[in-house]
Design a protein around this ligand. Sequence first.
Ligand SMILES: Nc1ncnc2c1ncn2[C@@H]1O[C@H](COP(=O)(O)OP(=O)(O)OP(=O)(O)O)[C@@H](O)[C@H]1O
Ligand SMILES: [Mg+2]
Length: 265
Amino acid sequence: MCSDVVQTSTAISLSAVEKAFVTPQGVVHALARTDFNVVKGEFVVLLGPSGCGKTTLLRLMAGLERPSQGQVGINGRGLWIGAKRVDETAADLGMVFQDANLFPWFTIEENVSLPLKLRGFPKSERLRRAQQLCQLVGISGFEQRLPRELSGGMRQRASIARALSYEPSILLMDEPFGALDAMTRDAMNLELQRIWLATQKTVVLVTHSIQEAVFLADRVVLLTRRPGRIDEVIDVPFERPRALSVQDEPRFLNLVSHLRSRLDH
Ligand SMILES: Nc1ncnc2c1ncn2[C@@H]1O[C@H](COP(=O)(O)OP(=O)(O)OP(=O)(O)O)[C@@H](O)[C@H]1O
Ligand SMILES: [Mg+2]
């Protein structure tokens, strides 16, 4: 990675990144050549039609997929050297998936602190951090419960806490609230904004919801149909913290209707 050309304020850099999957049925071009930088501390939302390559793009940022072409940089350092992922670079990344993916037989505290256990943190430190994180995401008091004893929204809070446990500077989220009902989703959007403002992480979030995208994002990145490419990047200038009532304002509704018409094309 050419760190001299990547600004120090850049958290994620994609330089001429492409992704094609080779399958028995042929080559699937998931992502066309893409150049994009995420600024440190920014909240970026990826929006686009189903199958356009959003998850692929996020997994490329997470180092879970290797680009077929191009370079991915995290905080100025390359994520891949040849076919080898650089684990020290990937340590700056936390990932949250659509399903909370908690281990059902572990307590919430054990789930949240599992990445610390894998990294060899002593037990006292693991417990201290798990308690702090449960407080941050609003599930204090549920540390000793099993995942099935929590609601879907609470499980997603636990999964955010787990992703934050080893203090990555970047949080990557793939439709984290897609399975939640509308009211819980609104509440989680507010919570995520609060956590983001409190921790000053860089966040990249994938969603199908135009409303969610405009509510959460500093910038919305609109992708075209497969092979996905960046169609438009839209600044969302509303001040923070945003209240849910911003969604009733004409400037919010205008952005939503603009994005909807682009997606309908
Ligand atoms: N591991 C893989 N092997 C083969 N093809 C894949 C693989 N992963 C993704 N694809 C293909 O790449 C394209 C983009 O998939 P991706 O999951 O990134 O889309 P998406 O925008 O996240 O879709 P959705 O909105 O439905 O979640 C799809 O055609 C998909 O079938
Ligand atoms: Mg997806």
